[in-house]
Write a protein that binds this ligand. Structure first.
Ligand SMILES: Cc1cc2nc3c(=O)[nH]c(=O)nc-3n(C[C@H](O)[C@H](O)[C@H](O)COP(=O)(O)OP(=O)(O)OC[C@H]3O[C@@H](n4cnc5c(N)ncnc54)[C@H](O)[C@@H]3O)c2cc1C
Length: 397
């Protein structure tokens, strides 16, 4: 249930493994509502054999703007990553599932799933309102941060401390701009940081295909502080980044938004019987960069062989019992550390004191290479380049 990167990738792997798969999504067309900015490091493209059709652009540098108008640039000689066309990615995964004999049912919302003997019965509602059911051996909840079937579970604790679901809300516009404007942003990921850009969050400009930019903002939700609407903040960000003439010429191709929700320690239940959670449902989205596509794909790579084993039906140990541990190992210990850093960084970025801390971090990164910054932000290698910044990141200084 859910044909995002997690569900689509799992369906493709299982169909390839000869399993009868049905991939269900509430969207009638997976190319629509492409809410994710979809920046990934280059090895994700190779590791999951993503075709050129889902890659909108490649980038080889970073630009960090802020606090204020201070700009810092890092550029590598070759590509470091890609910006994916998120809609095309979902569509391609579903087509791959179909090509391997799987069935794809779109325009169906999964309402409820319950066990019936050794089968699961899942109720779906079609776009027009009619209901239908699917009977299956297993149901995979890959409905993203909504967690439509598995639910949010208990509030969660880790080592006796609360491990709440942390939410970030993002909005993004897809803009068609003159080629010359696009060139100013085209081969790098740009982030705007600091409380004057967006308290408790960040803005970005990502290049898509020539002439197209994604401009967005994401803010982490803090129940203790006012949360003004994001749309005016995004418009203000665009006014600061683009010349009035560029803005006047820009054509809005799409506006979308979404939510990222994860627990730092990921202790939530990964299954209830034959209902299993995948991707964002089990908090694989990383809060540091608000990014989860590759981690969602990883969760599918971990779950697929275990499910194939379970379906082969040998008596003895339940292969799915190994799933949470294997997934934790695949994400790595740095994943949880980066979540702590994210909580500290984003929630602290709300006033001048937060900005001053950010400046110290950015100053200490100035001498590193673009590749080092990628290792820090995508591989969470704080210890390699960031030992001197780790105390700031974790709030010890
Ligand atoms: C604004 C924003 C920007 C982001 N930018 C990046 C980025 O730059 N890089 C990155 O890696 N990640 C980014 N992410 C995060 C990333 O998009 C997610 O972590 C990733 O998509 C998770 O994949 P998933 O398959 O687990 O869930 P999703 O991609 O959310 O897929 C879930 C699917 O389930 C479907 N669904 C939901 N409920 C039901 C239901 N009841 N019945 C049937 N279908 C249902 C949905 O339509 C959807 O297709 C961003 C997220 C947001 C919100």
């Amino acid at each position: 249930m859910g044909a995002g990167p997690a569900g689509g990738e799992l369906a493709r792997r299982l169909a390839q493994g000869g399993v009868a798969v049905e991939l269900v999504d509430r969207l009638p067309d997976l190319r629509e509502v492409a809410f994710s900015s979809a920046a990934v490091p280059l090895d994700t493209v190779a590791r999951f054999a993503l075709p050129a059709a889902v890659v909108a652009s490649r980038w080889r540098g970073w630009r960090l703007i802020g606090p204020g108008d201070r700009r810092r640039d890092w550029q590598a000689p070759g590509p470091l990553g890609a910006v994916l066309d998120f809609g095309a990615l979902r569509h391609w995964l579903a087509e791959e599932c179909r090509r391997w004999g799987g069935e794809v049912r779109l325009g169906r919302t999964a309402l409820h799933s319950h066990p019936d003997g050794d089968r699961m019965v899942t109720r779906l509602r079609r776009v027009g309102g009619a209901e239908e059911t699917i009977v299956s051996h297993w149901v995979i909840d890959a409905t993203g941060e909504r967690r439509s079937l598995l639910g949010e579970g208990e509030p969660g604790t880790s080592h006796g401390r609360p491990d709440p679901l942390i939410s970030g809300v993002g909005v993004e516009w897809l803009l068609q701009v003159p080629e010359a404007s696009w060139r100013r942003w085209h081969d790098r990921l740009t982030f705007c940081l600091g409380s004057d850009w967006l308290p408790q969050g960040y803005g970005w400009v990502f290049p898509m295909q020539p002439g197209v930019l994604k401009i967005g903002i994401c803010r982490y939700c803090d129940p203790h502080r006012p949360q003004p609407p994001l749309a005016p903040l995004l418009e203000r960000l665009m006014e600061r980044l683009l010349e009035p003439q560029e803005l006047a010429q820009a054509q809005v191709l799409d506006r979308h938004g979404g939510r990222v929700r994860s627990r730092v320690h990921r202790r939530e239940p990964h299954r209830i019987g034959r209902l299993v959670g995948l991707g964002d449902v089990v908090s694989t989205a990383n809060l540091l960069g608000g990014e989860g596509i590759r981690h969602a794909l990883t969760s599918s790579a971990v779950l697929a062989p275990l499910l194939l084993e379970a379906l082969a039906g040998q008596a003895g140990e339940d292969p799915l019992d190994r799933y949470p541990r294997r997934l934790r190992r695949a994400l790595g210990w740095r994943w949880a550390l980066s979540g702590r850093v994210a909580r500290r960084t984003w929630f602290g970025l709300r006033d001048e004191a937060g900005d001053r801390r950010l400046v110290r971090i950015l100053d200490s990164l100035e001498t590193c290479r673009a590749e080092d910054l990628s290792a820090l932000l995508f591989d969470y290698r704080f210890e390699r380049y960031g030992l001197r910044i780790l105390p700031y990141l974790l709030g010890w200084r």
